[in-house]
Write a protein that binds this ligand. Structure first.
Ligand SMILES: [Zn+2]
Length: 140
């Protein structure tokens, strides 16, 4: 298998503009809105109700105070991708055994596996039951 993309990590940068309620009974609650690292709100990610709520935070019609910009960035793992030797389809190599649509399998490193030669443990062997014979049919 030819590896087209190696396994890796990707950093996703996310920030939130945060406002905290002033009322003592709501001090744990935070209103947050997606923004850039410098606090520019990502308007395209806001639904209409969220945009209205943000405006109410900014014009002080809600009893909140600005609570800063929260870093919500995270790292995601990306699986390697290889090209199947049998059919040239792309196969994501996420698991110990990764299957292509054509039936071939590969390890997470892209090494082709032979088809299993034994029935896996714990998997029942399915045998077709004989078709029922209608009563009276034996006489014929
Ligand atoms: Zn294939």
């Amino acid at each position: 298998m030819r590896i087209l993309r190696e396994m890796g990590e990707r950093r996703v940068e996310r920030y939130a503009l945060c406002f905290r309620w002033r009322a003592p009974e709501r001090t744990g609650a935070i209103l947050s809105f997606p923004c850039t690292a410098n606090g520019t709100v990502l308007e395209g990610e806001l639904l209409r109700p969220e945009r209205a709520r943000l405006n109410r935070c900014l014009d002080h019609s809600l009893d909140v105070r600005f609570a800063g910009i929260r870093d919500e960035s995270y790292t995601i793992w990306t699986a390697a991708v290889g090209q199947c030797e049998g059919c040239a389809q792309l196969v994501e190599l996420r698991l110990a055994r990764n299957h292509c649509r054509c039936g071939l399998s590969y390890t997470a490193a892209g090494v082709r596996l032979d088809p299993p030669s034994v029935i896996p443990m714990g998997r029942p062997l399915v045998v077709a039951a004989p078709a029922p014979v209608p009563v009276g049919a034996r006489a014929a």
